[in-house]
Design a protein around this ligand. Structure first.
Ligand code: 5U1
Length: 674
């Protein structure tokens, strides 16, 4: 038998060889040895580790699959939020994106972009400390994700240890986990054989496979990984360009997509898009578009981000897929605001990678405009994640007995009158929150993942809670008792307990989530975030009138009126009070300090050009807004001051032409410090 010393040296050599061949296979896609030889190296390592268990380390290639299933996933906070992407659906929107960037960067030079295929999988974060994989997490809501370390370790294309040198002490690589088309087909064929439910599409299959408490199941699924971004970086520096960072990732053993290209200007982007659209069917994985990212990181920084998406990146989606099927019936669903949405019940059809049997018909105007009738052959369109829609009718196929669709006179849920205001496309149930459908939607929205995120409070449970009269408003959720819950259908003591814990956990939230959860008409996540940042506290927001709301960046008269009227309604104020009394709370908004309510710049419109030395342009803008001023992207007669930094762009000449007052950085700093 080998001595431990000799065994240790051999083990290390085997691990190095295995990691090297893994790298050649997965990252460079050029294996040097046959699979049988690779298997032999693995077997030898396994045998030696069995003989010398004290020499096993967590980053050994034999230690990918843990044997003990988890009982739940832990929570992970993303110190650098995981952003999502803005979408473009046609060339014009890409052109606008490129134009906006030129305007913001105040340059006429062509912008260099990294262009990448957009994989249809799920985004993950991988943390490497001193080159060793220590954490894998899902994106979650961008701030809080799930700890799936055990599961990502099972993917052979995820290195347990980085190779080479020069990587930062802490490196958080981000990218997409996806299931290749072949693996998806095999998995579904197996499911069918075993009379199990197949996965709808490769993305669902990837997400379902990764989020398994038993990592052995994940290990058995054909998942792969490509890195395309990063989060935290400490103890080391990355190059100054996105493309160069990805090249480093590759050298360190992180797999990047070989289709990625550096392209120049709008023309380069559109050429790449066409190239990938042509190649799409030959690719071994599903893509739903391409992504363009400004390559220079200093420019990315200058551009910053809005709410949850960076200004420097764009997803250019492939067009929606269209198919024909038969419209069997039209039913009306009642939404959170009472709006009646006609839903098409279809003969099931496969489109855009999923089986579809329902599609939206939007509203009565659309039904009339398209002249949709029950029994018609209709065209169903589906793009990515967007809800499928009935795009039109094939009139040539209309049967004699096709029936017109009529708006019901009474709410299909509560029987109250349906109102359709002249000139408005939307018809609404007139019963407000007395209508159980509206109440249910309101509660569902309140509990949804991006609102208060009450885990386990699903659709069926909300139905039961409302139908049993236990919950009338979101505040009632916090009064529920274990006994009340345990008495509901399909709920035992354990599930009741879990739900109470989830409700309790959700009561500790953020101000923007709370605002979004209230379900104010016109207030989506972005507006909720803007309001939370601007006002910082609920009291400040409650004190704001419509005029003050309209001073908030990006809030126009319609949104301001909707917010003001919501907070004017005594019923809503009562619910808010009850929510606060039941313990719903949040930390003071971190950014609120920046937005102290001072108004020394009120009524003044600023434009900024060139580079500032003491602050970024974004900080300058935030400061102007915080002090009551407005910031515009272009110089006009309405501009009061042009703040001029180093190497100003064309805005300077325009300001001179129009006689706009100029301010250098020092003058600007003096002004804001008044
Ligand atoms: N290829 C690619 N996909 N994708 C998805 N790049 C990329 N970047 C993303 C996302 C959500 O986000 C950036 C903001 C890093």
């Amino acid at each position: 038998m080998m001595t431990p010393d000799v065994a240790e040296r051999r083990i290390q050599s085997l691990r190095q060889q295995i990691n090297h061949h893994n790298y050649l296979y997965y990252v460079l896609d050029s294996p040097e040895i046959p699979d049988s030889e690779f298997d032999r190296l693995m077997r030898e390592l396994e045998q030696l580790e069995q003989q010398f268990p004290q020499l096993i380390t967590p980053d050994s290639p034999t230690q990918r699959v843990g044997a003990t299933p988890l009982t739940e996933f832990g929570e992970v906070r993303h110190e650098v939020p995981m952003l999502s992407l803005d979408n473009a659906f046609d060339e014009h929107e890409v052109q606008e994106f490129d134009r906006r960037l030129h305007e913001r960067l105040d340059t006429s030079a062509q912008i260099e972009y990294t262009a990448e295929p957009k994989l249809d999988g799920l985004a993950v974060s991988l943390v490497y400390e001193n080159g060793v994989l220590t954490r894998g997490a899902t994106r979650g809501d961008g701030t809080l994700g799930e700890d799936v370390t055990q599961n990502v370790r099972t993917l052979l294309s995820v290195p347990l240890r980085l190779v080479g040198t020069g990587f930062p002490r802490l490196l958080e690589a981000r990218g997409e986990i996806f299931m290749p088309k072949k693996g998806f087909e095999m998995l579904n064929a197996k499911a069918e054989k075993n009379h199990e439910k197949p996965f709808i599409n490769p993305r669902n299959a990837a997400a379902g496979s990764l989020r398994q408490l038993d990592a052995r199941i994940t290990a058995s699924r054909p998942l792969e990984f490509y890195a395309y971004a990063w989060g935290q970086v400490e103890g080391g520096r990355l190059p100054e360009r996105h493309s160069k960072v990805l090249a480093c990732f590759r050298e360190w053993g992180l797999r990047t997509n070989p289709e990625n290209r550096l392209v120049i200007g709008l023309e380069g982007c559109l050429k790449f898009y066409k190239h990938m659209a042509d190649k799409r069917d030959q690719l071994p994985y599903q893509i739903d578009g391409v992504v363009y990212k400004v390559d220079r990181l200093d420019l990315q920084k200058e551009l910053g981000f809005v709410a949850r998406a960076p200004r420097w990146a764009l997803a250019h989606k492939f067009p929606a897929e269209e198919v024909m099927t038969v419209l069997r019936a039209v039913e009306f669903q009642v939404g959170r605001t009472g709006a009646l949405t006609p839903v098409a019940r279809l003969q099931p059809v496969f489109v855009g990678g999923a089986n579809i049997s329902n599609a939206t018909l939007h509203n009565m105007d659309e039904i009339e405009r398209k002249d949709v009738r029950v029994g018609d052959t209709v065209i169903v369109r589906r793009a990515g994640d967007v809800i499928p829609e009935v795009a039109g009718v094939v009139l040539a196929k209309r049967p004699k007995n096709a029936r017109r669709v009529h708006l019901p006179l009474k709410c299909p849920v509560c029987g109250s009158k349906v109102l359709r205001i002249e000139g408005e496309a939307v018809a609404r149930c007139s019963a407000g929150l007395y209508c159980p459908a509206q109440r249910k939607e309101m509660i569902r929205h309140f509990a949804s993942r991006r609102a208060l995120d009450i885990e386990g409070l699903g659709e069926k449970l909300v139905d039961q809670l409302v139908d049993a009269g236990l919950v009338h408003t979101p505040a009632d959720l916090f009064k529920l008792t274990a006994k009340q819950l345990a008495d509901l259908e399909r709920m035992g003591d354990k599930s009741a307990d879990n739900l109470l814990q989830a409700i309790n956990k959700a009561s500790n939230t953020t101000f923007s989530r709370f605002l979004y959860a209230l379900g104010i008409r016109e207030v989506g996540e972005t507006t909720a975030l803007v309001l939370a940042r601007h006002y910082g506290s609920l009291d400040a927001l409650l004190a704001a009138d419509q005029d003050s709301l309209m001073q908030v960046p990006d809030i126009g008269p319609v949104v301001a009126a909707s917010i003001a009227s919501f907070f004017h309604e005594p019923h809503n104020l009562k619910v808010i009070r009850a929510l606060r009394e039941s313990g719903v709370r949040w930390q003071q908004q971190a950014d609120a300090k920046k937005f102290k309510h001072s108004s020394i710049l009120a009524g003044l419109t600023f434009v900024i050009t060139g580079t500032l030395s003491q602050m970024t342009r974004d900080d300058a803008k935030d400061t102007i807004l915080a002090l009551g001023g407005k910031v515009s992207g272009s110089v006009s007669k309405k501009t009061d001051y042009l703040v001029v930094g180093a190497e100003p762009g064309s805005k300077l000449a325009e300001a001179r032409r129009l006689g706009v007052a100029l301010m250098d950085e020092q003058a600007f700093l003096r002004r804001i410090k008044q």
